[in-house]
Design a binder for this molecule. Structure first.
Ligand SMILES: *Cc1c(COP(=O)(O)O)cnc(C)c1O
Ligand SMILES: [Zn+2]
Length: 400
């Protein structure tokens, strides 16, 4: 096959803790120096890429190929992820007195969640680096997405998921011919199982942030919202936070776009809000000073299974984003997130995942507290579709 070089500007990977650089041409996991996440750095200073060239690009996250890490076009493993709509929420805005409320609907991605963005990139780079089998500890959506992209790439897939995850997640993995391993516990217990199963390194582990490229897929949400809003960023972004890849990635995208000259020099960056479930709120507790960090945090399962990440490796990076952006962190109860899903569905026709319901409830809390002002532009990231959660949601709607 003729190999076509992409216009990726990837220069090197950098240890997020000490700054040491690593080759972008080798298979990488955590940094060897600090066992910390590695972040991609691109040659952005040249300002060679103009945002004006974007309208002619493909309608998927691959329109930003200059700032993505894949070097050879034939290694792209794509199901047309990204390029999701940004919808105004006029009825909910009117009800709450917000003047400018919008939602980016990530439920429309392949496999029904924004995990498709990250796993498209991770599996593409795995393929580029000669990997033949991938393994993942997951709360649900990431495993489904990995299984789909591995199927598309012809790679072997092993998905390790909590036993209590709704059946829809399990069946979809099986449909993609992934090997499904069920564990009694949360995602950290699944990660321990992955370690144990993979002592001989037969599989490449694509855990969030232990693998450098999922972050690069998720950062494209930041690029898209900027492009969709004609390069004017919102004032506040609410993000349902588990491992934190999206939160960290979107923030990274803002700096990259500034370096590229795609954002004006005086563009203020949004305040970033991490929304978690009361049942598993490690970032909220650390942010509020209730604990030094989440290294011994014990969480419980939640309907919003994407948020059930009790000891996220990306915690220091997430806290940095919250502090640098003058953001905050909010926890939402199980009943509240169902109410949030109900309102998004009944008032706007958007059948959000419980994670999406959670951020709408958090918005209303912050508005009541005066932390969000009614004249600010608030952007919600609905990270998944409600369809896979029906086992847990059925019968919970208010009858009319
Ligand atoms: C994984 C997931 C999240 C959390 O995403 P992180 O980037 O890990 O913080 C939120 N919502 C849904 C639907 C998810 O699947
Ligand atoms: Zn280091």
């Amino acid at each position: 096959m003729k190999s076509l070089t992409t216009s990726s500007l990837l220069q090197h990977l950098r240890c997020s803790q000490c700054g040491k650089t690593y080759s972008p041409f080798d298979l990488q996991t955590l940094s060897i120096c600090c066992q910390a996440p590695l972040l991609c750095e691109y040659d952005l200073d040249r300002q060679l890429v103009s945002r004006d060239s974007l309208p002619g690009q493909v309608n998927s996250l691959w329109r930003y190929e200059n700032v993505l890490p894949v070097f050879q076009a034939q290694n792209r493993v794509s199901l047309s992820e990204g390029f999701t709509p940004l919808l105004p929420l006029r009825r909910l805005a009117g009800r709450t007195g917000l003047q400018h409320l919008s939602l980016k609907d990530e439920g429309l991605n392949p496999t029904g969640s924004f995990k498709a963005r990250g796993l498209s990139l991770a599996v593409s780079k795995a393929k580029e680096n000669g990997v033949e089998a991938c393994i993942i500890p997951t709360a649900g959506n990431a495993g489904v997405a990995m299984a789909a992209y591995c199927a598309r790439a012809g790679l072997e897939a092993v998905v390790v998921m909590p036993q209590h995850t709704p059946d829809a997640f399990k069946e979809e993995c099986r449909a993609y011919n992934a090997r499904l391993v069920l564990v009694d516990g949360l995602i950290n217990d699944c990660a321990a199982k992955v370690q144990q199963m993979n002592q001989e390194n037969r599989y490449f582990d694509v855990s969030t942030l232990k693998e450098p490229y999922r972050l690069e897929g998720k950062k494209t949400m930041g690029y898209e919202m900027a492009e969709q809003l004609n390069w004017q960023l919102p004032d506040v972004i609410l993000y349902p936070t588990g491992g934190g890849t999206g939160l960290i990635g979107i923030w990274k995208a803002f700096y990259e776009m500034q370096a590229l000259g795609w954002l004006s020099a005086d563009q203020k960056f949004p305040r970033m809000v991490a929304v978690q479930a009361e049942n598993c709120r490690p970032i909220v507790d650390t942010f509020l000073g209730k604990q030094a960090n989440s290294k011994t945090y014990v969480g419980k399962p939640t309907l919003a299974n994407g948020l059930a990440v009790p000891r996220p490796i990306g915690e220091p990076l997430m806290l940095k984003v919250l502090r640098e952006s003058a953001g905050t962190a909010v926890a939402v109860s199980e009943d509240e997130m169902i109410e949030g899903v109900s309102q998004l569905s009944a008032e706007e026709g958007i059948f959000a995942a419980p994670e999406g319901g959670a951020i709408w409830v958090a918005t209303q809390k912050l508005l009541r507290q005066g932390w969000i002002r009614s004249d600010e532009h608030v952007l919600l990231l609905n990270t998944g579709s409600g369809q896979k959660y029906l086992d847990n949601l059925k019968g919970k709607w208010q009858l009319k």
